[in-house]
Design a protein around this ligand. Sequence first.
Ligand code: 1HE
Length: 266
Amino acid sequence: MPVTPLAAALPPSLACGIAEDGVAVLRLARPHKRNAIDDATVEGLAICFAALPERVRAVVLHGEGAHFCAGLDLSAVTENDATAGVFHSRAWHRAFDLIESGPVPVIAVLHGAVIGGGLELAAACHIRVAEPSAYYALPEGQRGLFVGGGGSVRVPRLIGTARMLDMMLTGRTYGAEEGLAAGFAQYLVAAGTGLDRATAMARHIATLAPLSVFAALHALPRIAEADPRTGLLLESLMAAIAAGDGEAKARLRAFLEKRAPKVTHE
Ligand code: 1HE
Protein backbone atom coordinates (compact mmCIF):
# COMPACT_ATOMS: atom_id res chain seq x y z
CA MET A 1 0.00 0.00 0.00
CA PRO A 2 1.26 3.55 -0.69
CA VAL A 3 2.76 5.65 2.14
CA THR A 4 0.20 8.28 3.15
CA PRO A 5 0.70 11.52 5.15
CA LEU A 6 -1.01 9.73 8.05
CA ALA A 7 1.47 6.84 7.93
CA ALA A 8 4.33 9.33 7.92
CA ALA A 9 2.97 11.00 11.10
CA LEU A 10 3.03 7.77 13.10
CA PRO A 11 5.84 6.55 15.39
CA PRO A 12 7.95 3.56 14.27
CA SER A 13 5.85 1.32 16.52
CA LEU A 14 2.80 1.79 14.25
CA ALA A 15 2.47 1.16 10.54
CA CYS A 16 -0.63 2.13 8.59
CA GLY A 17 -1.65 1.49 4.99
CA ILE A 18 -4.89 2.49 3.29
CA ALA A 19 -6.20 0.44 0.39
CA GLU A 20 -8.31 1.65 -2.54
CA ASP A 21 -11.40 -0.03 -1.09
CA GLY A 22 -11.38 2.27 1.97
CA VAL A 23 -9.90 -0.32 4.35
CA ALA A 24 -7.00 0.86 6.50
CA VAL A 25 -4.69 -1.73 8.05
CA LEU A 26 -2.90 -0.57 11.18
CA ARG A 27 -0.08 -2.73 12.55
CA LEU A 28 1.46 -2.68 16.00
CA ALA A 29 5.07 -2.87 14.82
CA ARG A 30 7.20 -3.41 17.91
CA PRO A 31 7.62 -7.18 17.84
CA HIS A 32 10.98 -7.12 19.64
CA LYS A 33 9.04 -5.81 22.68
CA ARG A 34 6.05 -8.04 21.94
CA ASN A 35 4.17 -4.90 20.82
CA ALA A 36 4.14 -3.51 24.37
CA ILE A 37 2.54 -0.08 24.32
CA ASP A 38 4.81 2.83 25.23
CA ASP A 39 3.87 6.53 25.36
CA ALA A 40 4.80 7.09 21.71
CA THR A 41 2.47 4.27 20.65
CA VAL A 42 -0.42 5.67 22.71
CA GLU A 43 0.16 9.08 21.13
CA GLY A 44 0.44 7.45 17.68
CA LEU A 45 -2.88 5.64 18.14
CA ALA A 46 -4.51 8.98 19.07
CA ILE A 47 -3.00 10.68 16.01
CA CYS A 48 -4.08 7.87 13.75
CA PHE A 49 -7.71 7.67 14.83
CA ALA A 50 -8.12 11.46 15.10
CA ALA A 51 -6.83 11.96 11.55
CA LEU A 52 -8.26 9.05 9.56
CA PRO A 53 -8.82 10.30 6.01
CA GLU A 54 -12.48 10.50 5.01
CA ARG A 55 -12.06 7.74 2.41
CA VAL A 56 -11.37 5.21 5.20
CA ARG A 57 -14.52 3.18 5.91
CA ALA A 58 -13.11 0.53 8.28
CA VAL A 59 -9.84 -0.24 10.07
CA VAL A 60 -8.13 -3.57 10.76
CA LEU A 61 -5.73 -3.53 13.71
CA HIS A 62 -3.20 -6.34 14.12
CA GLY A 63 0.14 -7.09 15.71
CA GLU A 64 3.46 -7.94 14.10
CA GLY A 65 5.32 -11.05 15.23
CA ALA A 66 4.07 -13.83 17.47
CA HIS A 67 1.83 -11.71 19.72
CA PHE A 68 -0.91 -9.13 19.39
CA CYS A 69 0.23 -7.06 22.37
CA ALA A 70 1.98 -7.58 25.74
CA GLY A 71 0.16 -4.59 27.26
CA LEU A 72 1.64 -1.54 28.89
CA ASP A 73 5.36 -1.07 28.32
CA LEU A 74 6.33 -1.68 31.92
CA SER A 75 9.58 0.26 31.56
CA ALA A 76 7.53 3.42 30.94
CA VAL A 77 5.89 3.67 34.35
CA THR A 78 8.48 2.62 36.92
CA GLU A 79 9.15 6.22 38.01
CA ASN A 80 5.53 7.46 37.89
CA ASP A 81 4.03 9.04 41.03
CA ALA A 82 0.25 9.17 41.47
CA THR A 83 -0.09 12.41 39.51
CA ALA A 84 1.90 11.11 36.55
CA GLY A 85 -0.05 7.86 36.79
CA VAL A 86 -3.41 9.60 36.45
CA PHE A 87 -2.27 11.63 33.43
CA HIS A 88 -0.71 8.53 31.88
CA SER A 89 -4.00 6.66 32.21
CA ARG A 90 -5.93 9.63 30.83
CA ALA A 91 -3.70 9.64 27.74
CA TRP A 92 -4.64 5.98 27.14
CA HIS A 93 -8.30 6.89 27.64
CA ARG A 94 -8.09 9.66 25.05
CA ALA A 95 -6.45 7.40 22.48
CA PHE A 96 -8.76 4.42 23.06
CA ASP A 97 -11.87 6.64 23.13
CA LEU A 98 -10.87 7.84 19.66
CA ILE A 99 -10.90 4.21 18.55
CA GLU A 100 -14.22 3.31 20.17
CA SER A 101 -15.98 6.57 19.32
CA GLY A 102 -14.28 7.25 16.02
CA PRO A 103 -16.03 7.45 12.67
CA VAL A 104 -15.42 3.88 11.47
CA PRO A 105 -15.54 0.30 12.77
CA VAL A 106 -12.24 -1.14 13.96
CA ILE A 107 -11.63 -4.90 13.73
CA ALA A 108 -8.84 -6.33 15.91
CA VAL A 109 -6.98 -9.48 14.88
CA LEU A 110 -5.84 -11.30 18.00
CA HIS A 111 -3.05 -13.85 18.18
CA GLY A 112 -0.55 -14.87 20.84
CA ALA A 113 -0.50 -12.66 23.95
CA VAL A 114 -3.46 -10.34 24.43
CA ILE A 115 -2.37 -9.11 27.81
CA GLY A 116 -3.30 -6.23 30.11
CA GLY A 117 -3.32 -3.03 28.06
CA GLY A 118 -3.36 -5.20 24.93
CA LEU A 119 -6.70 -6.60 26.02
CA GLU A 120 -7.86 -3.07 26.83
CA LEU A 121 -6.90 -2.04 23.29
CA ALA A 122 -8.74 -5.01 21.81
CA ALA A 123 -11.80 -4.16 23.93
CA ALA A 124 -11.86 -0.62 22.52
CA CYS A 125 -12.25 -2.10 19.02
CA HIS A 126 -15.66 -3.05 17.66
CA ILE A 127 -15.07 -6.60 16.41
CA ARG A 128 -12.44 -9.10 17.57
CA VAL A 129 -11.21 -11.96 15.37
CA ALA A 130 -8.97 -14.44 17.20
CA GLU A 131 -6.56 -17.07 15.94
CA PRO A 132 -6.00 -20.32 17.89
CA SER A 133 -2.76 -18.98 19.42
CA ALA A 134 -4.57 -16.11 21.18
CA TYR A 135 -4.64 -16.05 24.95
CA TYR A 136 -5.98 -13.46 27.33
CA ALA A 137 -4.48 -12.35 30.65
CA LEU A 138 -4.70 -9.49 33.12
CA PRO A 139 -1.49 -9.68 35.20
CA GLU A 140 -1.98 -6.19 36.62
CA GLY A 141 -2.41 -7.61 40.14
CA GLN A 142 0.86 -9.52 39.84
CA ARG A 143 2.62 -6.32 38.71
CA GLY A 144 1.10 -4.17 41.50
CA LEU A 145 -0.94 -2.21 38.97
CA PHE A 146 -4.56 -1.70 37.97
CA VAL A 147 -5.98 -1.46 34.48
CA GLY A 148 -5.67 2.11 33.19
CA GLY A 149 -6.65 1.98 29.53
CA GLY A 150 -10.42 1.77 29.99
CA GLY A 151 -10.36 -1.94 30.79
CA SER A 152 -12.54 -1.70 33.88
CA VAL A 153 -15.28 -0.19 31.73
CA ARG A 154 -14.88 -2.14 28.50
CA VAL A 155 -13.69 -5.62 29.49
CA PRO A 156 -16.71 -6.34 31.76
CA ARG A 157 -18.94 -5.51 28.79
CA LEU A 158 -17.31 -8.42 26.97
CA ILE A 159 -16.84 -11.05 29.65
CA GLY A 160 -18.60 -9.72 32.80
CA THR A 161 -17.15 -8.25 35.98
CA ALA A 162 -16.86 -11.60 37.81
CA ARG A 163 -14.57 -13.10 35.14
CA MET A 164 -12.43 -9.99 35.00
CA LEU A 165 -12.08 -9.83 38.78
CA ASP A 166 -11.12 -13.52 38.85
CA MET A 167 -8.43 -12.96 36.17
CA MET A 168 -6.97 -10.01 38.06
CA LEU A 169 -6.86 -11.75 41.43
CA THR A 170 -5.94 -15.33 40.50
CA GLY A 171 -3.94 -14.80 37.31
CA ARG A 172 -6.35 -17.00 35.40
CA THR A 173 -5.82 -16.91 31.65
CA TYR A 174 -8.15 -17.88 28.83
CA GLY A 175 -7.12 -19.66 25.64
CA ALA A 176 -8.62 -18.89 22.25
CA GLU A 177 -11.45 -21.42 22.39
CA GLU A 178 -12.66 -20.72 25.92
CA GLY A 179 -12.01 -17.05 25.22
CA LEU A 180 -14.46 -17.22 22.35
CA ALA A 181 -17.09 -18.79 24.61
CA ALA A 182 -16.42 -16.21 27.33
CA GLY A 183 -16.85 -13.29 24.93
CA PHE A 184 -13.31 -11.95 24.43
CA ALA A 185 -13.65 -12.44 20.66
CA GLN A 186 -16.60 -12.88 18.32
CA TYR A 187 -14.70 -15.06 15.83
CA LEU A 188 -12.15 -17.87 16.07
CA VAL A 189 -10.47 -18.53 12.73
CA ALA A 190 -7.71 -20.84 11.49
CA ALA A 191 -4.10 -19.99 12.28
CA GLY A 192 -2.66 -17.38 9.95
CA THR A 193 -6.03 -16.38 8.48
CA GLY A 194 -7.06 -13.67 10.95
CA LEU A 195 -5.82 -10.71 8.94
CA ASP A 196 -7.47 -11.92 5.74
CA ARG A 197 -10.77 -12.66 7.50
CA ALA A 198 -10.77 -9.29 9.24
CA THR A 199 -9.90 -7.50 6.01
CA ALA A 200 -12.75 -9.27 4.21
CA MET A 201 -15.14 -8.16 6.98
CA ALA A 202 -13.80 -4.61 6.74
CA ARG A 203 -14.36 -4.62 2.95
CA HIS A 204 -17.95 -5.75 3.51
CA ILE A 205 -18.49 -3.00 6.09
CA ALA A 206 -17.10 -0.47 3.61
CA THR A 207 -20.05 -1.28 1.29
CA LEU A 208 -22.74 -0.61 3.93
CA ALA A 209 -24.84 2.53 4.14
CA PRO A 210 -22.88 5.10 6.22
CA LEU A 211 -25.90 5.87 8.41
CA SER A 212 -26.41 2.18 9.26
CA VAL A 213 -22.76 1.96 10.30
CA PHE A 214 -23.07 5.17 12.31
CA ALA A 215 -26.16 3.82 14.08
CA ALA A 216 -24.45 0.55 14.99
CA LEU A 217 -21.31 2.29 16.25
CA HIS A 218 -22.80 5.25 18.06
CA ALA A 219 -26.51 4.74 18.69
CA LEU A 220 -26.56 1.04 19.63
CA PRO A 221 -24.02 1.15 22.52
CA ARG A 222 -25.69 4.23 24.01
CA ILE A 223 -29.18 2.76 23.68
CA ALA A 224 -27.99 -0.47 25.30
CA GLU A 225 -26.76 1.51 28.32
CA ALA A 226 -29.70 3.95 28.49
CA ASP A 227 -32.78 3.46 30.63
CA PRO A 228 -35.19 1.40 28.50
CA ARG A 229 -37.72 4.18 27.90
CA THR A 230 -35.03 6.58 26.68
CA GLY A 231 -33.44 3.77 24.71
CA LEU A 232 -36.66 2.95 22.90
CA LEU A 233 -37.19 6.60 22.01
CA LEU A 234 -33.61 6.88 20.69
CA GLU A 235 -34.16 3.70 18.71
CA SER A 236 -37.28 5.09 17.03
CA LEU A 237 -35.50 8.32 16.15
CA MET A 238 -32.44 6.53 14.78
CA ALA A 239 -34.60 4.06 12.84
CA ALA A 240 -36.59 6.89 11.25
CA ILE A 241 -33.46 8.84 10.31
CA ALA A 242 -31.82 5.78 8.77
CA ALA A 243 -34.93 4.66 6.85
CA GLY A 244 -35.51 8.19 5.56
CA ASP A 245 -32.05 8.35 4.00
CA GLY A 246 -31.61 7.96 0.24
CA GLU A 247 -29.25 5.00 0.76
CA ALA A 248 -31.99 3.04 2.55
CA LYS A 249 -34.57 3.90 -0.09
CA ALA A 250 -32.28 2.76 -2.92
CA ARG A 251 -31.35 -0.46 -1.11
CA LEU A 252 -34.97 -1.32 -0.26
CA ARG A 253 -36.00 -0.70 -3.87
CA ALA A 254 -33.19 -2.95 -5.06
CA PHE A 255 -34.41 -5.78 -2.82
CA LEU A 256 -38.04 -5.40 -3.85
CA GLU A 257 -37.01 -5.38 -7.50
CA LYS A 258 -34.96 -8.56 -6.90
CA ARG A 259 -31.65 -6.82 -7.62
CA ALA A 260 -30.22 -7.27 -4.11
CA PRO A 261 -28.85 -10.48 -2.58
CA LYS A 262 -31.03 -12.50 -0.19
CA VAL A 263 -29.87 -13.32 3.31
CA THR A 264 -28.14 -16.71 3.32
CA HIS A 265 -26.80 -19.01 6.01
CA GLU A 266 -24.03 -21.56 5.38
C1 1HE B 1 8.18 -5.98 27.55
C2 1HE B 1 6.84 -6.26 27.83
C3 1HE B 1 6.10 -5.27 28.51
C4 1HE B 1 7.68 -7.96 26.79
N1 1HE B 1 6.73 -4.14 28.86
N2 1HE B 1 8.77 -4.84 27.91
N3 1HE B 1 2.17 -6.83 30.66
C5 1HE B 1 2.76 -7.93 31.16
O1 1HE B 1 2.90 -8.09 32.36
C6 1HE B 1 3.27 -8.93 30.16
C7 1HE B 1 4.77 -9.00 30.22
N4 1HE B 1 5.32 -9.79 29.11
C8 1HE B 1 5.35 -11.16 29.14
O2 1HE B 1 4.79 -11.81 30.01
C9 1HE B 1 6.08 -11.85 28.02
O3 1HE B 1 7.02 -10.90 27.47
C10 1HE B 1 5.18 -12.37 26.88
C11 1HE B 1 4.36 -13.56 27.40
C12 1HE B 1 4.25 -11.31 26.33
C13 1HE B 1 6.06 -12.83 25.69
O4 1HE B 1 7.07 -13.72 26.16
P1 1HE B 1 8.34 -14.02 25.24
O5 1HE B 1 9.12 -15.08 25.92
O6 1HE B 1 7.91 -14.23 23.83
O7 1HE B 1 9.18 -12.64 25.18
P2 1HE B 1 10.12 -11.99 26.31
O8 1HE B 1 11.50 -12.56 26.20
O9 1HE B 1 9.49 -12.03 27.66
O10 1HE B 1 10.12 -10.47 25.85
C14 1HE B 1 10.86 -10.00 24.73
C15 1HE B 1 11.26 -8.57 25.05
O11 1HE B 1 10.08 -7.78 25.17
C16 1HE B 1 11.99 -8.46 26.40
O12 1HE B 1 12.86 -7.36 26.29
P3 1HE B 1 14.45 -7.57 26.05
O13 1HE B 1 15.00 -6.18 26.02
O14 1HE B 1 14.90 -8.42 27.21
O15 1HE B 1 14.57 -8.30 24.73
C17 1HE B 1 10.86 -8.09 27.35
O16 1HE B 1 11.32 -7.39 28.49
C18 1HE B 1 10.04 -7.17 26.47
N5 1HE B 1 8.67 -7.05 26.92
N6 1HE B 1 6.55 -7.49 27.35
C19 1HE B 1 8.02 -3.94 28.56
N7 1HE B 1 4.83 -5.44 28.78
C20 1HE B 1 -2.85 1.08 30.86
S1 1HE B 1 -2.51 0.07 32.11
C21 1HE B 1 -2.21 -1.48 31.47
C22 1HE B 1 -1.51 -2.32 32.48
C23 1HE B 1 -0.88 -3.53 31.85
O17 1HE B 1 -0.86 -3.70 30.67
S2 1HE B 1 -0.18 -4.63 32.95
C24 1HE B 1 0.36 -5.94 31.96
C25 1HE B 1 1.75 -5.72 31.43
